[in-house]
Design a protein around this ligand. Sequence first.
Ligand code: NAD
Ligand code: TDX
Length: 334
Amino acid sequence: MRILVTGGAGFIGSNFVHLTLATRPDVTVTVLDALTYAGSRASLAGIDDRVGVVEGDITDADLVQRLVGEHDLVVHFAAESHNDNSLSDPWPFVHTNVIGTYTLLEAVRRHGVRYHHVSTDEVYGDLDLDDPARFTEATPYNPSSPYSSTKGASDLLVRAWVRSFGVRATISNCSNNYGPRQHVEKFIPRQITNLIDDVRPKLYGDGLNVRDWIHVDDHNRAVWAIIDRGEIGETYLIGADGEVDNKTVVRDILELMGRAADDFDHVTDRPGHDRRYAIDSTRLRTELGWEPEYPSFREGLEATIEWYRDNEAWWRPMKDATEARYAATQSVIQ
Ligand code: NAD
Ligand code: TDX
């Protein structure tokens, strides 16, 4: 099978390519990636000779039409993915997440190619801390940020292309990922690399916001389960029952890195900050037989800290520019 992986030089996409080459000898992979600030050839180190990398934009219709026609499956990870960036400049999010998905859908429609669409639980909005509910495939869309609204728009395009044009597509909406090769703008790698640099972790607002964490490899194994056994036209939620509040995550990182539990700063909150995400992944587990393999969030966190300690050459080039961007909008709350 020949697969085209968009965003294969980003966090989840590159881990997907590593996992695929390690477990699927029958698959050949082409990565289509614009190598934005979030994409890096270094994320494919060790496997670059076995992967075709095309540097290009998913909104380039001619390029996308040609590449899609040469493959049997498209797995679409490419996106602008960071909420904070979407608040300072929404346009790249509309461009890549909406127009990019449209461009891919038109190509898979023309060539009759199978398509898997990778999306987020943020399309469902947020839950109160004391709400017993979790998101399911039937939860109405209610996105909060420019990022999540453009991801929601892209999901709806996929549903329409399935129904109106018979495109063979599936959709997955996953909770917060962590693991190796995640950009240092994101919560967990930002705090780990701050501590390596002797800088205190930065917690937005009161730090009680809850995220539902899943290791990136468990996410990607679920993507493969959906490609292998999912029903065309259907949506599957991916989550590993990993609800934790941000303050607890910071305290865990501090403890695992040998620091005092209160050695962090509260900083300016994110405007419109979603309070809590929580995934009910019953459908994926019962219908497709997927289960997370990572034993616990804490063990995954420990392995992730080790990865950032061992791979400073990977993250160092992006650290200063990322912190400079944050310094322009965030300050410590005394
Ligand atoms: P990322 O920002 O680390 O990587 C995105 C990749 O897409 C980068 O390599 C970038 O160069 C590439 N890209 C961006 N614009 C492009 C364009 N116009 N054309 C071609 N390539 C382009 O993102 P990520 O965290 O790996 O997320 C991957 C996907 O998973 C996204 O669709 C995201 O919405 C979804 N998702 C992420 C999470 C999470 O916790 N990170 C959770 C659920 C779903
Ligand atoms: O320095 C920080 N301090 C902090 O308290 C940062 C960067 C974040 N936070 C908080 C905000 C969130 O409550 O931590 C939580 C996680 O933040 P992010 O890593 O920015 O993730 P989130 O906004 O939850 O979105 C992520 O999960 C869903 C991904 O970035 C999305 O791409 C995915 O769709």
